[in-house]
Design a protein around this ligand. Structure first.
Ligand code: UD1
Length: 333
């Protein structure tokens, strides 16, 4: 199949491209490199020993998209391209609404023009807000706590309205839990340029002595050790979930949502201790106050994705911790 991947050089996008190429699919990427680089495209080719077609530009640019659809005979689209920093979205909401909603609307309009109506959309467990119970099922009520999350929820609604108006659309909405880890080659991974907001990139920078100390946001939650609990999923497992999702939208015409998580919750302290142990390296930390907007615990009920997509995450947190650090070591060299 020929797959258009928007944001294909980003963290999840790049790993998904590798898995698609490995499965024999043809990959066309559109990316403006706003949070990645052209080098990642080279690394994807190196890992898979195959070529990708790369278009540099913005997904909001309808003329560029029209050119792609006219040239390429795309079978299915995986839409990753989006801004994703929660804190920034609170400060600059218009930037997030303009980009995340604007580029999705352009994409959907051009897909419609070219009668390409199969889509996998990159959503997030953030759409469950503060979950009413655990583990989280797809049927739970939806709400958000920041503009980034609201863009994901609004796009889910746009897609549902679209599929209702035109049932020939086939759409899989993937709600990711917390993706970490990196490709086992160490060639691609997550490497934020700024001070990271998320836990694993921060741990890695402390281990690597680029940052002095990890601040753990609260140890007084109602969880096993008082620190926040999350469902960490290896980015390679997550990438495989996208493979299952494109198979689904090709064979069944419907819209549906799927949790992509492991179903296991680990605390911040458990993740830090595992990271220290498997990499044999120190990660100094201090306990500080809670981060506003954080919830105590969040983990998936992954059974619907198993039933409907045949997807099951296989890698454990030890491998996630090893691969995340391996990427940084390799990058340093
Ligand atoms: C965050 C976003 C979520 C987004 C996801 C992407 C919020 C409210 N949610 O999820 O929308 O989809 O990232 O992966 O921001 N922690 C520390 N110290 C740190 C950083 C984090 O103790 O320096 C703790 C947090 O309090 C939390 C856990 O680590 O308990 C995970 O945090 P993080 O990696 O930021 O992910 P989420 O907040 O779950």
């Amino acid at each position: 199949m020929k797959v258009l991947v928007t944001g294909g050089t980003g963290f999840i996008g790049s790993h998904t491209c590798c898995v698609l190429l490995e499965e024999g699919h043809e990959v066309v990427v559109i990316d403006n490199f706003s949070n990645s680089s052209k080098e990642v495209a080279e690394k994807i080719k190196e890992i898979s020993d195959r070529n990708i077609t790369l278009y540099e530009g913005d997904v909001a640019d309808k003329d560029l998209l029209r050119g792609i659809f006219a040239n390429e005979k795309i079978d299915v689209v995986i839409h990753f391209a989006a801004y994703k920093a929660v804190g920034e979205s609170v400060k600059l909401p218009l930037k997030y609404y303009r980009n995340n909603l604007g580029n999705t609307l352009s994409l959907l309009e051009v897909m419609d023009e070219y009668n390409c109506k199969r889509l996998v959309f990159s959503s997030s467990a953030t759409v469950y807000g503060t979950p009413e119970a655990l583990p989280i099922k797809e049927s739970f009520p939806l709400s958000t706590t920041n503009p980034y999350g609201t863009t994901k929820l609004m796009i889910e609604q746009i897609l549902k309205d679209l599929a209702k108006a035109d049932p020939t659309w086939s759409i899989a909405i993937l709600r990711y839990f917390n993706p970490i880890g990196a490709h086992p080659s160490g060639l691609i991974g997550e490497n934020p340029n700024d001070i990271p907001n998320n836990l694993m990139p921060y741990i890695v920078k402390v281990a690597n002595k680029e940052l002095e100390i990890l601040s753990i946001f609260g140890d007084d939650y109602d969880t096993k050790d008082g620190t926040g609990v999350r469902d960490y999923i290896h980015v390679m497992d997550l990438a495989k979930g996208h493979l299952k999702a494109i198979e689904k939208v090709m064979k069944e015409t419907k819209i549906d949502c799927y949790n992509l998580g492991t179903g296991e919750g680990y605390s911040v302290l458990e993740l830090v201790e595992t990271f220290k142990k498997v990499n044999n390296i120190d990660v100094p930390y201090q306990i500080v106050s809670r981060r506003p907007g954080d919830i105590a615990a969040c983990y998936a009920d992954p059974s619907y994705a198993l039933e409907e997509l045949g997807f099951k995450a296989e890698k454990g947190i030890e491998e996630m911790c090893k691969d995340a650090y391996n990427f940084i070591i390799k990058n340093k060299e």
